[in-house]
Design a protein around this ligand. Structure first.
Ligand SMILES: Nc1ncnc2c1ncn2[C@@H]1O[C@H](COP(=O)(O)OP(=O)(O)OP(=O)(O)O)[C@@H](O)[C@H]1O
Ligand SMILES: [Mg+2]
Length: 238
């Protein structure tokens, strides 16, 4: 069953149309990757789905409910949660406070236990719990952004370039965390520049080219396609 269904989605900024009718499905408990060149519209697609920009045409159904015109809050409450590319968080608040706030926003009653669980899953954050989030390194902030999203107990995660700018060892850690989260049953829509890693992990994948889906298939199948190798895997980091 698809937890997220997108049909003919059109979105853009002002007079510029960026997405020209994108259709895709995210199956429950699966990982779906979206790859594409810079400027193809990947971030715009996630922004439209988390309802930060309007959906001009088409529709989006999440968990059986139409979210095409829902508010960003309603979408998050329904369980569709984005980890933002810019890793926005409350820089002046401590790591622990950031997690608490994220949990309260989700209306959970077990917030304290959830925070403890996050420090177990993200061991690098534990000794830094009292530090201001703004003082963390880029990689640590990425971990915190991920942990914040998980505090909301999402049914599905939208991830925008989670490995961007990270050292190779941390890239591994982030991909491990993504795989682990899927194994826990969370559905994941993953936008990644690291096409090789994303396709290797993905159950299903789409290629977004200048605002339209040009190709789709099983992650492993796309990895073997010549047009993918040439365009997206040529100089991908191992
Ligand atoms: N806030 C904005 N206002 C106007 N145009 C925008 C805005 N954000 C993005 N765009 C334009 O929309 C197009 C798609 O951008 P988008 O950020 O979705 O691409 P992307 O696939 O995420 O690229 P990247 O791989 O570089 O992150 C680009 O041409 C970009 O210039
Ligand atoms: Mg982007």
């Amino acid at each position: 069953m698809a937890i997220l269904e997108v049909e003919g989605l059109v979105a853009g900024y002002g007079r510029i149309e960026v997405l020209h009718g994108v259709s895709l499905r995210l199956q429950e408990h699966s990982l779906c990757a979206i790859i594409g060149a810079n400027g193809a519209g990947k971030t715009t697609l996630l922004a439209a789905l988390s309802r930060l920009i309007p959906i001009r045409e088409g529709r989006a159904i999440f968990d059986g409910r139409e979210i095409t015109h829902a508010s960003s809050h309603a979408v998050a409450r329904a369980g569709l949660v984005q980890v933002p590319e810019g890793r926005r968080m409350l820089a002046g608040m401590s790591v622990e406070e950031n997690l608490l706030v994220a949990g309260e926003g989700a209306g959970g009653r077990t917030v304290g236990a959830d925070v403890a669980a996050m420090f177990e899953r993200f061991p690098t954050l534990a000794p830094r719990r009292a530090l201001p989030a703004g003082s963390l390194s880029g990689g640590e902030q990425q971990m915190l952004a991920f942990a914040r999203a998980l505090m909301a107990h999402p049914k599905a995660l939208l991830l925008d370039e989670p490995s961007m700018g990270l050292a190779p060892r941390l890239v591994e850690t982030v991909f491990d965390l993504i795989a682990e989260e899927r194994a826990r049953g969370t559905s994941i829509l993953l936008v990644e520049q690291n096409a090789r890693k994303a396709l290797a992990l993905a159950d299903h994948a789409y290629v977004l080219e200048r605002g339209s889906i040009s190709l789709e298939g099983k992650g492993a199948d796309l990895l073997g396609r010549e047009e993918i190798t040439a365009a997206y895997l040529g100089e991908a980091t191992p």
